[in-house]
Design a protein around this ligand. Structure first.
Ligand code: PRT
Ligand code: ZN
Length: 283
């Protein structure tokens, strides 16, 4: 029995999906041009598919689980369960208009909006009582205003440079998206257990990425203050240095608090601060 997981065959999510599985200790070959491949050391079969098809395959249990953008999950409206945000493939679905337009959502009434996301956009317009005409197009949405097909667009944005080069500006974000792990809603117990094992590994990898291991030297009279800055997993480890009056303090800090804490530690008298990445973190 193997758990079948669908990932994007090629495109923006492919490499990060492969890397995540690898960081979970799962050995898979790149697949080459194959439709599927098996892991050598975990009961997992990986299917390489177009991202748009992944929710349907997971709903139909052709795949038990999948990795796909939230934008695709919400657009396709399939019966799947979202298990975990994966922290990559981040983007936003935004409405954009001509660079020199004054944007107000009410101004969209009666206008044409080009998009590849008609379902999400329609929901957003309905919620705001806007009556606009949605033109569904499957690619190069950003050229629609320039060729007179629409007055506005609704498309994915990450750096914003595509909008810029097409004379458009981002006016309003309607969805923030990232890659997520989805699953079929009716997995049998054995598959569900395999998926939980995979999810446990994914969470350990994610945790590790969000945290850093920190080591520093502290004069003993400053220990109390320094320890109060470092919560650690339980509490920091404190070891005496060979030089009397000094200790070595080890702990784990959140990536987001990193620079703040480092500055405070230095002010408090910490020296020789080392910060190292953590590979896996089991809580
Ligand atoms: O062949 P397949 O159907 O599998 O791939 P695809 O061409 O449909 O998708 P792909 O590989 O382009 O994107 C896969 C997923 O990556 C999307 O569904 C999103 O969840 C996520 N993602 C993250 C993005 C972007 N960032 C992104 N910037 N998907 C698309 N874009 C496009 C956007 O459509 C626009 O054309 O990039 C352009 C804008 O980028 P910036 O940086 O110029 O703003
Ligand atoms: Zn696609």
């Amino acid at each position: 029995m193997k758990l079948k997981i669908a990932i994007q065959k090629s495109g923006r999510l492919h490499e990060d999906s492969m890397r995540l599985l690898k960081e979970c200790g799962i050995d898979i070959s790149n697949g080459g041009n194959k439709l599927k491949t098996s892991a050598a050391n975990f009961p997992l079969e990986v299917y390489f598919l177009r991202d748009d098809d992944i929710p349907q395959y997971v709903e139909d249990a052709v795949a038990d689980a999948g990795i796909v953008g939230e934008n695709v999950v919400y657009e396709k409206k399939k019966e799947v369960e979202v298990l975990e945000q994966l922290g990559f493939g981040k983007c936003r679905l935004s409405i954009a208009v001509g660079r020199n337009e004054n944007y107000d959502i009410k101004g969209l009434n009666g206008k044409r909006i080009a998009t590849s996301y008609p379902v999400i956009l329609q929901e957003y317009l309905d919620k705001n009582n806007i009556n606009a005409e949605i033109h569904e197009i499957s690619g190069s949405v950003e050229i629609a205003p320039g060729i007179g097909l629409a007055e506005a667009i609704c498309d994915l944005v990450s750096s914003g440079s595509t909008l810029l080069t097409n004379g458009l500006k981002e006016a309003e974000t309607i969805l923030h998206s990232q890659a997520v792990l989805i699953q079929n809603k009716r997995l049998d117990t054995e598959k569900q257990q395999l998926l939980q094992r995979l999810l446990f590994r994914i969470r350990s990898v994610k945790q590790a990425k969000n945290n850093k291991y920190i080591l520093l030297n502290a004069p003993n009279e400053k220990l109390k203050e320094i320890i109060s800055l470092l919560p650690g997993m339980k509490s920091p480890t404190v070891l005496p240095l060979a030089e009397s009056g000094w200790s070595s303090v080890h702990s784990v800090i959140d990536e987001n608090d990193f620079w703040n804490i480092i500055e405070q530690l230095k002010t408090a008298g910490a020296q020789g601060i080392l910060v190292v990445p953590i590979e896996k973190m089991i809580l």
